[in-house]
Design a protein around this ligand. Structure first.
Ligand code: NDP
Length: 293
């Protein structure tokens, strides 16, 4: 079994980005600039945004933060999005989800200029991605592609089973791996809460990607010998073995499944570190105007 070390791969990519940004700065050019819009007081969102700011700083990307109260109206948020759409200093930006219930996140995402959509959530980018046209790819699936590519894992002709069909992970990664390219050219099956015989389908996978949000759902009996297992899930569960009283687990029962897998991502240190790095890659692309010219 080979561990896919997301932390190490994320660091390699950060080094590559830092080198490229360093050359821009040395040449007297502006570096990339990522802005984030943060609404309300959700602690997890604050943690994510802080981590994104830290990662930007590490590679020399300028970051700015627009913090708004949970009471902000949809129209006020539109104004912030419009402002960032028109600010030439900002290459890309994200609106951190979830948004408060009185705001329709779909409308806000629709308002983002697709050329600045660093999260790759705009329908234009999703459609272009499906058509295999240049597009911003959502961060977590983009991170998974990097893990597969940099671990030199063959995807062509493989049966890839994706457990989960969310718009941010399951659905885009299933599209990406069925595209006529590398990583891709796989035969993809998507499973969800209405799927019959999910366990048997999972067991037929050469590559199993799990994004269900169910702690340690995937057990040894659901995984074929020598399968590649990518675990997207991340959960804090009570533990009497750690000082904090918690430990982090994925959607896969790692101890069991790692015995049979040929490659597997750990939790933490697998897919997680790749998500933020993908956002940095998208910001660099935005700065270089690689997608929309
Ligand atoms: P969602 O809750 O949006 O989607 C979960 C998907 O799994 C849905 O399609 C759902 O089916 C399916 N599902 C849930 N339970 C079952 C079940 N018992 N049987 C079959 N299908 C089931 O989750 P996300 O995609 O947003 O996230 C998945 C996990 O990944 C979470 O743990 C999240 O925290 C983690 N995550 C980690 C990231 C990282 O950077 N490491 C980034 C993003 C997410 P249906 O559609 O029918 O409801």
């Amino acid at each position: 079994m080979k561990l896919i070390d997301g932390k190490e791969i994320a660091q390699q990519i950060k080094n590559e980005i830092a080198a490229e940004v360093g050359v821009m700065i040395d040449n007297g050019e502006d570096g990339p600039h990522l802005a984030a819009v943060l609404v309300g007081d959700d602690p997890a969102s604050h943690t994510y945004v802080k981590a994104k700011e830290k990662a930007c700083k590490e590679v020399g990307i300028v970051s700015s933060l627009y913090q708004l109260p949970a009471t902000v109206t949809e129209n006020e948020l539109f104004e912030v999005v419009d402002y960032l759409n028109n600010d030439d200093q900002v290459d890309g930006f994200i609106v951190q989800l979830p948004l408060p219930d009185h705001i329709d996140a779909k409308k806000i995402i629709d308002r983002i200029n697709p050329a600045k959509d660093a999260d790759g959530f705009h329908p234009m980018n999703f459609g272009r991605m499906a058509l295999n046209l240049p597009a911003y790819i959502p961060a977590t699936p983009y991170g998974i592609l990097q893990l597969l590519e940099r671990s030199k894992i063959e995807t062509q002709g493989k049966h890839c089973v994706v457990l989960g069909r969310s718009h941010i992970v399951g659905s885009p990664i299933s599209i990406l791996l069925s595209r006529k390219t590398y990583p891709g050219n796989a035969t993809v099956t998507v499973c969800h809460s209405r799927t019959k015989d999910l366990r048997q389908i999972a067991k037929s996978a050469d590559i199993l990607i799990v994004a269900m949000g169910q702690p340690e759902f995937v057990t040894e009996d659901m995984v074929k010998k020598d399968a590649v297992v990518i675990d997207v899930g991340i959960h804090r569960v009570p533990s009497d073995k750690t000082k904090s009283g918690f430990r982090l687990v994925g959607d896969v029962k790692f101890d069991e499944v790692s015995k049979n897998a040929s490659y597997i991502t750990p939790v933490p240190g697998g897919v997680g570190p790749m998500t933020i790095v993908s956002l940095l890659m998208n910001t660099l692309k935005a700065h270089k105007k690689e997608i929309y010219g």
